[in-house]
Write a protein that binds this ligand. Structure first.
Ligand code: FA5
Ligand code: MG
Length: 435
């Protein structure tokens, strides 16, 4: 019974997070239900799948080479999250439909890369790792939740120190993977090497980066296969060698850039983005005459596979049938407990006609109102119909909400109460006309 009803945070108010007061403004769009998650710190819990996974990776790396940070506060500036990383002004990640803003200048970090600036500035070791909770306004389903976790890694060398990179490359442990060549996606954007680096430097830094990421993928996914076999699964997939492929990618602050995908039970799973750090970021952070790499890996979807957790929301569950199942440094297969019956409701409405004086409507707005009033009692939300009336020119949308509790049977009355609150908030905030 975790549901609480929250009202949205208002403009010209003050909210206090981690002892710091922030004045809200027209950019504020973070609901209290999301702010509440910032205190959970699942990545620091040694007996929680996210914490266990994060330690599994961390233990693989040398503390003399890498500093480990796990305590950065979730509120960062737009400068740290976007500007310093050279995000274009019109990048979709900056929009209010994708990001939770505290106010115009402060937001909930959307990725651990928001700390590259301070880490490059501060680091005493050649590299560092960061683990943290990150936040994105997103759809709601089995594999998406507005809060998830990332681990970031980075490493730098003095420019021209080719021998050191070669030496470091040799000390990376071997992996048990079949690595496919780099694939260039059909919609590949320009992914050039940087002018200030020689071909040899680019090649060596890229190799060191990819070998390091392969160590992580090997550690995590081969461990998951071992756990599956130990648990008695006879899936032939568990006996095949683990296959990964590199795909060219684009990030505003790295060039060249890649993503690694893992072949997992018949599907390519994207699990990490990385690249050679652009000179502008190192310059911005006061690190000169250096070259290096950075990567960011998403922990939650991997933890789902590793521990056999079927729904990403379970990580946030306070039910002891979930939390008591896991032990420090141990991968065990989640034992499902009974699911309670669910029920669905459709909400259809006409959008307001005069868009000039009302806020444009984005599906994320609907998902968020649903989450605000339904919390974890909503299993997923999908759009089931949208059309424009040929005569009146008015647009209609219909969303379907699946209600299901992970720890009790919901009564019709409880579902109706939440559904009414969602309908009411929709009309009040977006002037829609319910059908
Ligand atoms: C980033 O967040 C970059 N900061 C990664 C990076 C770091 C690139 C350093 C270069 C240098 P991206 O948005 O693709 O990239 O997310 C990285 C990983 O997080 C993805 O590969 C995926 O595994 C995971 N991820 C992304 N969105 C979600 C989500 N909504 N839920 C769960 N995991 C997600
Ligand atoms: Mg991506």
């Amino acid at each position: 019974a975790q549901r609480r009803c929250y009202s949205a945070i208002k403009k010209d108010d003050v909210i206090s997070i981690d002892g710091v007061d922030y004045k809200t403004d027209g950019w504020t769009n973070v609901p209290q239900s999301i702010l509440d998650l910032t205190g959970r710190k699942l990545h620091l819990r040694k007996d929680h799948p996210i914490g266990i996974l994060s330690n599994l990776i961390k233990n693989k790396f040398d503390k003399k080479e890498y500093t480990f940070y796990n305590n950065f506060k979730p509120v960062v500036t737009t400068f740290e999250n976007f500007d310093v990383l050279d995000f274009p002004q019109d990048h979709v990640g900056r929009s209010k439909s994708d990001t939770y803003y505290i106010n115009k200048d402060n937001l909930l970090r959307t990725h651990t890369s928001a700390h590259e600036y301070e880490c490059f500035k501060e680091t005493k070791t050649p590299g560092y790792f960061i683990s943290a909770d990150v936040y994105r306004r997103d759809e709601i389903d089995r594999t998406h939740y507005p809060a998830f976790h990332q681990m970031e890694g980075a490493r730098i060398w003095k420019k021209g120190d080719i021998e050191q990179i070669k030496k470091d490359l040799k000390s990376i442990p071997p992996v048990d993977l079949v690595v496919e060549d780099v694939v260039r996606p059909f919609d590949a954007v320009d992914n050039p090497k940087q002018a200030h680096m020689t071909d040899e430097e680019t090649d060596l830094v890229g190799q060191h980066l990819r070998r390091t990421c392969e160590v992580i993928v090997d550690t995590v996914f081969n461990e998951a296969k071992k756990a599956g076999k130990l648990a008695g699964s006879t899936d032939p997939f568990l006996n095949e060698p683990l296959k990964v492929r590199w795909v060219e990618a684009y990030f505003p602050w790295t060039a060249p850039s890649w993503e690694i995908e893992v072949w997992w039970k018949g599907e390519w799973l994207e699990c990490l983005g990385c690249g050679v750090v652009r000179k502008v970021v190192l310059d911005n952070s006061g690190v000169d005459n250096s070259i290096g790499w950075a990567f960011g890996i998403g922990l939650d979807r991997i933890a789902m596979l590793l521990f056999g957790v079927p729904d990403i929301r379970l990580f946030w569950s306070l039910d002891e049938r979930f939390s008591k199942q896991f032990k420090e440094n141990t991968i065990t297969n989640f034992v499902p407990y009974s699911k309670y019956p669910g029920t669905q409701r459709d909400i259809s409405f006409w959008l307001p006609k005069s868009v000039e004086n009302s806020a444009p409507f984005h599906s994320n707005d609907f998902f968020e109102i649903a989450r605000e009033f339904g919390g974890d009692l909503i299993e997923n939300v999908s759009i089931v119909d949208e059309f424009t009336h040929p005569k009146t020119g008015k647009s209609s949308k219909c969303y379907r909400i699946n209600y299901q509790s992970m720890d009790k049977t919901l009564t019709n009355e409880q579902v109706n109460e939440i559904n009414e609150a969602i309908r009411k908030a929709l009309t009040e905030r977006f002037e829609v006309e319910l059908r």
